[in-house]
Design a protein around this ligand. Structure first.
Ligand code: GL7
Length: 838
């Protein structure tokens, strides 16, 4: 074997020619991949061949850095973050990796020189939609920041064969199509068929005495599934740290049951295989709503067990005892989805590694942190005890034991407070019994956090109040952030170029430096360039809208955009009420001098969420009427942009003038779309909800359009008895809008179609649209007024961008590192592995 010559260089460039960074190196590598990986001559290469060759060229450079990063993991014994998440909504890799390698412009130039279209290649990439929305996208932003900040980290999740469904719109309704993201292969992942773990399900437990006379439990499962690792490199921006995302695919342990096969039971034999592979087959498309399906718990336990076994293996491989596991790893639970990890780690330590209970509990309690992402009661995960006992009998025993010890402690602190004890218990005993996953996560973690200031405060006073009173020191806030690499540099090259021309590029890693833009808000020339960038982005979106929907929109109108999952609490239908109100004004007064607006919606509805699907139908129905009414004369256009995903988001945020963040106060934990819009120069119309509160604090009240009730007012009015009908009766504009929808005007005369929506507003209005309606409409009028003064608007937009520094995911990750994980950066140096790779 060749002697390893190690040559270290400090720069992120290396003289290793195989992964060199010059144009010549990149071109050679591209051609080699076209030839040797795709088996094509340039003449016969398809767009897919070009894409694959480009992806492998970029990937080679990632892998070189990855090898160096892993070398340090082993050599330096650094503390590693394990980020456990059932969702990672990554978005396309190629462009992002080119940005992080700092070769985007070179590759563009090289491609153009030989007549290859880089944009076509970027567009060709299927995105891995392994998440539903904000929560999964946050996990992806955090991976980018962890690597950029040079923190050793592994993301752990599930390699769903089918990610979030593709959305089509037919006759105004959402139709779901399976997402076949792996159809053309995935050049970004490396299968690791030798990194596998067995995961047990079902069966029963039995007690026994071990050699030392200790009582122990033995679990005999009735099913075993194998998890196989698929690794995706995650490179940081302009650093050599290349972390990994390890996703698990489920396979049968025995791919063929020969006994059944031999007696001719072919279908019986493959049944086990199909059954096992089902676990990682499909992402549940529900956001903020639990679906108490056994398969979902199987998914959660499957990826948690594989991930913990993997971390334990890595820990043992560096020669450390498991007593010190929490000193080598910090594990974050991204919501309660992976919270069965608390019981699984106890099981692995006690049952499989024969640790005593107290030591195991010490390790467990010190290794986990838990992030809560929602206050919605329907999203709080709990599993029927019977289902849990059937699937994970040993874990239920462990949970009972954790609970017994925990409640004993609680009784000492709160003697005779049985009501409190019942609320804190890991088991819900009212009626059917349930395992409460949030309680398990709280008891098993060292740190608990919310995702925006308001959200964390509400956690402390509502859903997690009892835990806050018990352990106030465990609680902290970590306001969300998003990565400026994907959401500014990659999505908005025009704006990036303009900002660079004035303040350089330091802000890409230190977003606070955008502050330096403030002084340009008053600069006429800068404002004109700013407007030109926005107009270009709007033209590009207009072209895409035409292509996807056939609707032609005017880039000179104000682009008023609401893109996010469709949910009643997010109140897309409040936006619709405003649209109908504007339409009514135009019908009443055809000559009205109204600011032209294009109102754009986008987002998926959970397939089983009827009201959300009806809201999509309503948007499309209103669009149909408004867009075809000659009296409107292009002063109002309504668009539902189908299949909102990361890829289209990258085109949508940069084109927005107005960002709609209009959830009922107290319902949106944070929101992250709000940040992406504002970073791209849109102004926000919003309630005091989630991170809106902090965005407004940062950009200044003058640069934010605020409306609506506060969370406190919402709670007070609700407790006093809220009567939406009286608001409807006393507000003629509101009444006219609702009546028009209820009359069948937008549904070809069918008054029944939208009746469920109208009735829910009039008789329930859970999310208080009617209470906020007038305030919203008045605020929208102020928005229109402000937009007429383009210079003033642009000044406000510049100030918004300049003051968004806080909302970089780098800031958020620094806080997690310092206050929760207690990890520090490790600078990875490039090494030219000499003979090994030349
Ligand atoms: C969410 C919250 O709804 C959203 O406000 C937050 O920004 C996001 C990330 O913290 O988490 N919670 C949740 O269950 N989903 C979210 O997007 C799906």
């Amino acid at each position: 074997m060749a002697q390893r010559k190690s040559k270290k260089t400090n720069s992120n460039k290396t003289d290793c020619s195989r992964t060199g960074m010059t144009l010549i190196d990149l071109n050679r590598c591209f051609n080699e991949h076209l030839f040797y990986t795709q088996g094509r001559l340039p003449l016969s290469a398809t767009l897919n061949d070009h894409y694959m060759a480009a992806a492998y060229t970029v990937r080679d450079r990632l892998l070189h850095r990855w090898v160096c990063t892993v070398r340090d993991f082993i050599r330096e014994g650094v503390k590693v973050v394990g980020y456990l998440s059932a969702e990672f909504l990554l978005g396309p890799h190629l462009g992002n990796n080119m940005i992080n390698l700092d070769i985007f412009d070179e590759v563009r130039e090289a491609s153009e020189n030989v007549g290859r279209n880089l944009d076509a290649m970027l567009d060709h990439e299927e995105e891995p939609g392994l998440g539903n929305g904000g929560l999964g996208r946050l996990a992806a932003c955090y991976l980018d920041s962890l690597a950029t900040l040079e923190i050793p980290a592994i993301g752990y999740g599930i390699r769903y064969e089918f990610g979030i469904f593709d959305q089509e719109i037919r006759d105004g309704w959402q139709v779901e199509k399976t997402d076949k993201w792996l159809r053309l292969g995935n050049p970004w992942e490396i299968p690791r068929p030798e990194v596998t773990y067995e995961v047990k399900f079902g069966g029963h437990t039995a007690g026994y005495c071990d050699d030392g006379g200790c009582y122990r439990s033995r679990w005999t499962p009735d099913r075993v599934v194998r998890g196989i690792a698929y690794d995706t490199p995650i490179l940081g921006y302009k650093v050599n740290t290349c972390n990994m995302l390890r996703l698990w695919k489920a396979e049968a342990v025995e791919s063929f049951d020969f006994a059944s096969f031999n007696v001719g039971n072919y279908y019986g034999a493959v049944h086990e295989k199909v059954y096992s592979e089902n676990i990682s087959k499909v992402l549940y498309p529900n956001d903020e709503q639990i679906q108490g399906k056994q398969l979902r718990l199987e998914q959660q336990y499957f990826f948690v067990s594989c991930s913990l076994q993997d971390m334990i293996r890595l820990h043992l491989a560096i020669g450390k005892s498991l007593e010190y596991f929490h000193e080598e790893f910090a594990i974050q639970l991204n919501d309660t989805h992976p919270s069965v990890a608390v019981a699984e780690l106890m099981r692995l330590l006690v049952d499989e590694h024969h640790m005593d209970w107290d030591t195991a509990w010490h390790v467990t309690r010190n290794v986990f942190g838990y992030t809560n992402h929602t206050l919605l009661p329907e999203a709080l995960e709990r599993w029927p005890l019977r289902l849990f006992a059937n699937l994970l009998p040993r874990h239920l025993e462990i949970i009972f034991e954790i609970n017994r010890r925990f409640l004993d402690e609680v009784r000492v602190i709160y003697p005779d407070d049985e009501a409190r004890i019942a609320r804190l218990s890991l088991i819900d005993e009212q009626g059917e019994r349930y395992v409460r996953m949030a309680n398990l996560a709280c008891v098993g973690s060292r740190a608990i956090n919310g995702v925006a200031k308001l959200h964390t405060e509400l956690l402390k006073t509502t859903v997690l109040k009892d835990f806050y009173e018990l352990w106030p020191e465990k609680f902290s806030n970590k306001t969300n952030g998003v990565t400026p690499r994907r959401w500014m540099v990659l999505s908005n090259p025009g704006l990036t170029r303009l900002i660079r021309s004035r303040i350089g590029g330091g802000w890409i890693k230190k977003l606070d430096r955008l502050k330096r833009l403030e002084s340009y808000a008053g600069d006429d020339a800068f404002r004109r360039e700013w407007q030109a960038v926005k107009t270009g982005n709007k033209q590009a979106l207009a072209a895409l809208i035409l292509e996807r929907t056939g609707i032609s929109v005017n880039p000179d109108s104000m682009f008023d955009i609401q893109v996010k999952r469709i949910h009643e609490y997010k109140r897309q239908h409040l936006n619709v009420l405003h649209v109908v109100t504007l339409y009514n004004r135009l019908r009443r007064n055809p000559g009205l001098d109204m600011l032209p607006r294009t109102v754009i919606f986008g987002g998926k509805a959970a397939p089983s969420y009827y009201m959300a699907k009806l809201i999509i139908k309503l948007i499309n129905s209103v669009a149909d009427v408004v867009n075809h009414d000659p009296a409107v004369r292009n002063r109002l256009k309504v668009v539902f942009f189908p299949d909102f995903n990361v890829k289209s988001a990258q085109k949508i945020y940069p084109a927005a003038d107005l960002s709609e963040q209009i959830s009922t106060a107290g319902k949106e934990a944070s929101g992250t779309g709000n940040m992406k819009f504002s970073m791209n120069g849109a102004l926000t119309i919003g309630t005091l909800d989630g991170a809106n509160v902090e965005i407004r604090e940062e950009v200044g009240a003058d640069n934010f359009f605020l409306f609506g009730l506060t969370a406190e007012e919402v709670a007070r009015i609700k407790s006093e008895g809220y009567d939406p009908r009286s608001i409807y009766l006393s507000n003629p504009d509101l009444r006219e809008a609702i009546d028009l929808i209820g009359s069948g005007f937008f549904s070809r005369g069918d008054p029944d179609l939208f009746k469920p929506l109208v009735d829910s507003l009039l008789y329930q209005d859970e999310y208080m649209l009617l209470a906020d309606y007038q305030s919203y409409v008045d605020c929208q009028d102020r928005v229109s007024e402000a937009y007429r003064d383009r210079d003033r608007w642009t000044r406000m937009a510049i100030l918004n961008v300049a003051r968004m520094g806080k909302f970089s995911s780098d800031r958020a990750i620094r806080e997690y590192c310092r206050e929760i994980w207690r990890v520090s950066p490790n600078t990875v140096e490039m090494e030219d592995f000499g003979d090994l790779v030349r």
